[in-house]
Ligand binder design. Structure first.
Ligand code: GLU
Ligand code: MG
Length: 447
């Protein structure tokens, strides 16, 4: 529980900021942000004793006979919610979850990531993550759910001073900075209405907290502009989808353990083993980093998203890309995993990515040779010759791989693994029995 000094410090900060309400947040197993708001007068009590809630009503949490759970706010996650009016100042705190016995709840996604990070620490590593968000801005007029209308007709790096999208992106960037998230750059992406915002790297827990915060902030700012921001991986057929490419490195005692001066890719043996681990676990990892039915509509050839399990440097069709090394920037040497999408629960995704990489390090695995050609152009024979496997073609295949993967299963822990698989199988089965417009068009009159 938070000590008196921390509680006093936070209370003073909130008083100085004129905070009236505190929004306490956490995520369920699929990654939906949950929230309970308390008046600032109740904060001290919440920091000391926590706030009780009914865990059985949260997707993937407790069984019905052990429902009581407790939220304990993490003071390090304090930020003001900038879009709320000054007349009603709201602060936000992310929470850890405890059982009635006062133990950290093993199924809390934030705790699962902390557990994975402790394993890395035991090997002397800090796991760093830099996420790139892609998302669409759709117009709200009409029904964005039924027929999304892109907000602009721009394309990659387009800019026009009268472009309202540029203003929305700048507002998003300023809002994120105001919430303590350092923005690297913002730009228009390839598809009409599609944008990208890149966040400065940080340790994986901070980055996962940033992902949760950024999604919620981007949605809120878009709404203030009368737009709908979506992180759905493939909202429109036939054009690029939205990924959340994730740049990763391991630091050891402040130095980048992925860097080696004498290697053609400037990668160390540790980096190669880490990459090999992620390639070996790629199919099961997909169930965590690309976790929705819709994710697999994005992971197809032809739209700059990965569909095959391979790595390379110039190759944007690869699953793992090694961004070019700029001399003197040893700390920036990293591996970019390209299959994650922003519909994932970042805590589980980063925990899985780390567990897969560490497995490669523990087993001293060697990755296959890099592939520098466009893999989309390879036919099945060439893929077979080069031993290049395909990523799961749908959520069902990814879940089968996850269910069979003991390394990722252990990273999630038995309870969370079961609940995650249960929830996701339900989603996959429900989808599998839908009858779509495409089927009616294709078969109604011809069968
Ligand atoms: N939008 C593409 C994807 O789905 C990636 C485009 C890029 O290379 O940034 O991953
Ligand atoms: Mg991009």
């Amino acid at each position: 529980m938070n000590d008196q000094h921390t509680r006093r410090e936070l209370a003073a900060r909130m008083a100085a900021d004129g905070v009236q309400f505190v929004s306490l947040q956490f995520t369920d197993i699929p990654g939906t942000v949950k929230n309970v708001t308390i008046p600032v007068q109740r904060l001290d009590e919440a920091l000391e004793r926590g706030v009780w809630f009914d865990g059985s009503s949260i997707e993937g949490f407790a069984r019905i006979y052990e429902t009581d759970m407790m939220l304990l706010p993490d003071p390090a996650t304090y930020c003001i919610v900038p879009w709320e009016p000054d007349s009603c100042r709201v602060a936000r705190l992310l929470c850890d979850i405890y059982t009635p016995q006062g133990e950290l709840f093993a199924g809390d996604p934030r705790h699962i990531l902390k557990r994975a990070l402790a394993q890395a620490e035991a090997l002397g590593f800090q796991f760093n993550i830099g996420p790139e968000f892609e998302f669409f801005l759709f117009r709200m007029d009409g029904h964005p759910h039924i027929q999304p209308v892109p907000h602009d007709v721009g394309s990659y790096f387009d800019f026009s001073p009268r472009d309202t999208a540029a203003r929305v992106r700048q507002d998003i960037s300023a809002t994120l900075e105001g919430m303590g998230i350092q923005v690297e750059k913002v730009h228009h992406e390839v598809a009409a209405g599609q944008h990208e915002i890149d966040i400065h790297y940080a340790d994986a827990l901070t980055s996962a907290d940033h992902v949760i915060t950024a999604k919620y902030a981007i949605r809120a700012v878009a709404q203030l502009h009368g737009l709908c921001a979506t992180f759905m991986p493939k909202p429109v057929f036939g054009i690029n989808g939205s990924g959340m490419h994730t740049h990763q490195s391991l630091f050891a005692q402040g130095h980048n353990a992925f860097f080696a001066a004498d290697d053609p890719y400037h990668l160390s043996p540790t980096a190669y083993q880490f990459i090999a681990g992620q390639l070996v676990h790629a199919a099961s990892l997909a169930a965590l980093v690309a976790p929705t039915v819709n994710s697999y509509k994005r992971l197809v050839p032809g739209y700059e998203a990965p569909a095959y399990i391979c790595w390379g440097q110039v190759n944007r069709s690869a699953l793992i890309r090694i961004p070019r090394y700029s001399p003197g920037w040893e700390q920036a040497v990293r591996a970019e995993l390209r299959c994650p999408d922003p519909s994932c629960n970042p805590y589980l995704a980063f925990a899985g990515m780390l567990a897969a990489g560490l497995d490669g390090i523990r087993r001293q695995l060697t990755p296959p040779a890099p592939v520098e050609e466009n893999v989309y152009d390879f036919d099945d024979r060439r893929l077979h010759e080069l031993h290049i496997d395909t990523l799961p073609r749908n959520l069902g295949e990814a879940l089968e791989a996850l269910a069979a993967d003991s390394v990722l299963g252990e990273a999630l822990g038995p309870q969370a693994a079961d609940r995650y698989l249960e929830a996701k199988w339900r989603e996959w089965r429900e989808y599998s029995i839908q009858v779509t417009e495409w089927e009616r068009e294709r078969y109604l009159e011809t069968s």
